[in-house]
Every structure is written in C-alpha cells, then in structure tokens.
Design a protein around this ligand. Structure first.
Ligand SMILES: [Zn+2]
Length: 341
C-alpha cells in the first residue's frame, strides 16, 4: 500500500460543545473530519451507531442529537460509540463529493482499491471489535418514495429481531460489498436503517425511538421472528443505467426516457410487462442488472418491446428515485424477491 494520506479519523471521548445543536451543514465547524465518539454507560457492552456516511442523509444525525440531549444529565444505559461520517460532504448537502470514496462502500470486504477511506473504515472496525459490541446500527435516508425498512446481511434470528424492532419490511442483501452493516455483521447483530427522505421529521422520531430501545434493551431475543411479524425480501439484482447511455425523465430525445412515476413502484410487486420508460435506440438494453455474484442478469429481468423498456418477470423494486445525480452516482434501483422465513 503506497503513499496513503495521514489518518482521516478523529477520536473523541466526550460530546464536544455545539454538537447537539448544529445543523448537518455546520458539522465541520464542530468536528474536524470523520469522527469516532465513545461515551460510557451503565452496562459494559456497546451500541455502535454510524450516521452521515452519506453527507445529505441527516436523519441519523438529528436522531443522535436528540438522544444526546436526553442523556446529557443522566447516564446512558450502555456504552455508546458513534461514528460521524462524511462531515465534508455534509457541508454541501451531498451524498459524497466528487473525488471522494462512497463512505458506505469502504468497509472491510470492500471492492475498492485501498485508499485513505478504506483504511479509516478498517481502523474503526478494529477499534470497535474490542468494545464488547451489543449491536451495530447504520442510519440512512433515501431519495425516492420508500417505506421505512431495515437491511441485514446475515439471516440469524438475532439479526432479524434487531431489524423488526425497526420495521416489518426487512431486506437481506450480500451486495453491494463494503457496506458498514456487512462489516459489523461479522462482530454483532447489525442493521442498516432506511428512514425515508431526510426532510421527514417522523423519520427522525422513528430512528430516535429505535436507538433508545437498543440502548435500554437488556438483550436481543435469539429465537426466530414469527413469520407474521416480518416481510423479508432478498435483493436479487442492482440495476444501473448502462455507461454511455444518456437518460432523462424530461427529454423525449434522450436515449432512455424514464417514466416519471417510477418511484411509485418501490416495495410493490410489479407484474411482467410493466414499462420503465421509452428507448430511442432499439439495439441495446439501456440498463444493466447485476446479481449478487456480480453476474450480468440484465436479460433475465428486462426486455425491449415496441420501443419500451420493460420488466420481463414479476419483481419488487426498491430505491427507485427521480434524482438523476443519485442514479448516476449510485444506481437506478434494486430488485427484490420475497424470502420464505
Ligand atoms: Zn445512504
């Protein structure tokens, strides 16, 4: 590993002045960069939280701020460690800045080549592995119309129990690699929370209540979740726009004109033959779908018919968004299938 930048990670063991009240865009005034904060509690095991891995996803920060206020004058029920992620991108209300690694793809198991950010993530995992972990929670928002749901990367009962403490919609996935919850799943029950859009205050309340429950729960149940209490889905493909294809929701002359109602498909089982948009070039599928082994499964899920891009088989999309920047930086959507418990 040649020539890595000096450590990105800052360390704190007390809540710094100004943290509980500052706006996400001002976080950089309080924290010098990505920061790991350790707080002592009554029980000698540790809840690990990460927030703001994506700089425009503020719900986790707002929930943590409310929680830190609650426990300002009383002791935490158990130790709490919090990682505040992409402070720099938060300044500009961006998921990540151009030239920055995606902070939710850098964790051990990542497919990125080693860089300052992957080194930082490894460092955090190494540190937290020595903190007698109770559970790990990574808090996100998304841009489309999605219900609140939790993601897990292992199917063990305690992981499903932790997830259903947040929502009955639970998504199990093993790709993309390098996400926080996948790295921490090696150490303790771990979830990613998807709390809807950042501007929704009930998302903050929901995340806050969940974290507070995690702090106060004596232990996580280890028996299986009752099938009636969970809707468990498995991600079967990640869908991206094929590189070089120009797409748009507005311009009719784009190679792919996407349907403006796309996000209404999120978490609905849509039938084969459902159209996603119109194509101007009949030659090639304008999207590519990769399964969890990285295999191209585009032809399995999509087809072109009468100048329309459509689903070839029934599926359940998630994370469909109308935000073209997100589609370029991340993906168009994920496709899911129901997992029998
Ligand atoms: Zn995110």
């Amino acid at each position: 590993m040649a020539d890595l930048k000096p450590d990105l990670l800052q360390h704190l063991d007390a809540v710094p002045a100004g943290l509980v009240d500052c706006a996400a865009s001002d976080l950089h005034r309080v924290l010098a960069g990505p920061t790991l904060l350790h707080l002592k509690g009554k029980q000698n095991n540790t809840l690990f939280l990460s927030v703001m891995l994506h700089g425009n996803e503020t719900t986790g920060l707002l929930a943590v701020q409310a929680l830190l206020k609650k426990y300002q004058s009383r002791m935490l029920p158990r130790n709490l460690s919090i990682f505040f992620g992409n402070v720099e991108a938060a300044k500009y209300n961006q998921r990540r800045l151009d030239g920055q690694a995606d902070f939710n793809r850098i964790w051990p198991g990542t497919e990125y080549t080693p860089c300052a950010e992957t080194q930082m993530a490894q460092q955090i995992v190494d540190i937290m592995a020595n903190h007698n972990l109770f559970a790990s929670v990574d808090i996100h928002n998304n841009t489309g119309l999605n219900p609140h749901y939790a993601c897990i990367n292992r199917l063990d009962p305690s992981y499903q129990q932790l997830a259903t403490l947040f929502a009955r919609f639970v998504v199990y996935f093993t790709r993309p690699r390098g996400v926080q919850s996948m790295a921490f799943a090696q150490l303790c029950p771990a979830v990613t929370l998807e709390c809807g859009r950042p501007d929704q205050s009930y998302g903050v309340k929901h995340a806050y209540d969940f974290i507070d429950s995690c702090l106060n729960l004596s232990e996580l149940p280890t028996h299986p979740v009752h099938p009636q209490d969970i809707d468990l889905f498995h991600t079967v493909a990640q869908v991206k726009i094929r590189p070089g294809i120009n797409f748009s929701f507005q311009q009719a002359d784009a190679a792919l004109q996407l349907d403006q109602e796309l996000e209404k498909m999120n978490f609905f089982e849509v039938p084969a033959g459902t159209a996603l948009g119109r194509v101007n070039d009949q030659g090639v599928l304008p999207v590519e779908a990769q399964d969890e082994n990285g295999e191209d499964v585009s032809e399995r899920y999509f087809e072109l018919r009468d100048s329309e891009l459509m689903f070839k088989r029934p599926t359940m999309p998630s994370m469909m968004t109308l935000d073209e920047r997100v589609i370029k930086q991340d993906c168009l959507c994920y496709l899911m299938e129901r997992l029998q418990g």
